[in-house]
Design a protein around this ligand. Sequence first.
Ligand code: PLP
Length: 403
Amino acid sequence: MLTLDFHPAGRHFLQIPGPSPVPDRILRAMSYPTIDHRGPEFGALGLRVLAGIKTIFQTEQPVVIYPASGTGAWEAALVNTLSPGDTVLMFETGHFATLWKKMAEALGLKPEFIGLPGTEGWRRGAQADMIEARLREDREHKIKAVCVVHNETSTGVTSNIAAVRRAIDAAGHPALLMVDSISGLASADYRHDEWGVDVTISGSQKGLMLPPGISFNAVSQKALAVSKTAKLPRAFWGWAEIIEMNATGYWPYTPNTNLLYGLAEALDMIQGEGLENVFARHQRLAAACRAAVTAWGLEVQCADPEVYSPVLTGVIVPEGFDADAIRKIIYENYDMSLGTGLGKVKGRMFRIGHLGEANDLTLMATLSGCEMGLTLAGVKLAGSGVAAAMQYLTSHPRGLQRK
Ligand code: PLP
C-alpha cells in the first residue's frame, strides 16, 4: 500500500490539525529560485514579512522568526527570559502543555504543573482563577513566568488568555505571561498586545498554511528587558542579535528563504480575506463540525462551549472502539488523514482539523469521510452528521467574504 508508485485518484485529505494543506498559491511562491540572503532583494523580503507578521499577532512589538519548528520557538521563549532554577507556573491543558513542561525541566527550570483533576483540564482549558490563587500565594515572587497553551491541539480546547492576564494583574504578580499559540495563530482570534502577552510562540504549519519549518516569538518590551539579565545559555535562539539585524531585513545566519516567500504569500492571502473574516470562517466551520459530531451521537472532547476550538474538533469514540483503528479505516478507504489521540487520550478520541484553507466543501468532504468510516468501523450512529453540518452551514450562510 505504501509503495512510492501508489497514487490514489484525487487529492489526499490532510485533515490533521497541522500541518494543514498548503494552498497552490503558496507552493508556487515557494518555488521561486533561492536568492542571496545577504543581497538587496532579500532585505526587501525580510522587511516585508517582519512587518506583515506583526499584523497577524496583532502587535506593534518585534516578532522573531526562526528557521525551526514550533518546539524551537518554545525553547527560545524560555531560554531568552529565564535563569537556571527559576520556577514557572504551567497549566495542564493537554499533551502539548505537558511537552512544554518537560522541556522546561530539561532546561533546568522548575515547572509547577497545575491543572484540574484527572483529564478535566484536557476538556476545559486553563482556569484563570486557579492561576490567580497560586500567584497570590507566591508572596516572594518566586514564579517568574506563567505559561499557557492558547489552542491545545491535542484536545480542541482553547484557553482564555485575556482572563489569564487579568488573573496575573489581579494577583499583582510580576511574572511574565508566555503563550503557545502555535495552532491558534491566524485561525483563532489572538491579540498579543491587547492581552498583555510577554512572549507568544507560534509556528508556520497551521493557520499560516505553510509547510513546517519556521516559528515565531512575539516579544513584549518587558520580556526584552528581562532577557538582558536572564542567565539560561542561549546562542542560536538569542533575540538580541536577531532583532538587531532584522532592522534591515536580514538575519545573523541563513534564514529559510523559500519558506519566507511562502510567508509573504500567506500574509497577502490572509490580509486579502481580512483577519476578522478568517476568524469568523473558522468559527463557523467548527460549529458545523460540532453539529455533525452531536448528530452522530458522539461527544466532543471540549466540554466547555466557551472555549471550543475553531481550529480542530476532538471526537470521543464510543466505549469498546479504538479511535486509531477508525482512523486507519478512514485512511485506507478514503485517503484522509485525521489527527490521532495524543498522550492521556490516545485511542479514546480522534481529531478533525478545519484550519487554514478550510472551506464549506472541504469540511463537508471531511465529514463524509468520517461518517462513512465510522459506519464501516461498526459504530452505531444516532443520525447523519453530514446532514446536520449541511443544515448548519445553509442556515448560517456567509457567502465568500470579499473585503
Ligand atoms: N505546541 C502546540 C500547541 C502544537 O500544536 C505543536 C505541534 O503540533 C507544538 C507545540 C510543537 O510544534 P512543532 O511540532 O512544530 O515543533
